[in-house]
Design a protein around this ligand. Sequence first.
Ligand SMILES: [Zn+2]
Length: 81
Amino acid sequence: MVQQFRPNFPHRLKADGSYESICTLCHLTVATAGTEAALLHQELNHTCNPIRLYQLNEYPLWPIAQSRKGPRSFSAGVGMP
Ligand SMILES: [Zn+2]
């Protein structure tokens, strides 16, 4: 049995009054609409691109994500006498 994870879609109110829906897994904007209710249809139909997910895992965009990977993170005491 294969288990699939469904992403969450936080909504962001833009300066022009419209709403943006962002996928928490692939970090892409899934939809933009005038109301939050109008975002639902595209959120339900969203499928993350597996190549993008692989690239995000291998080459994180944000330093905080990099620090969670372990070996690449800085550790206390490195460079101390
Ligand atoms: Zn996605």
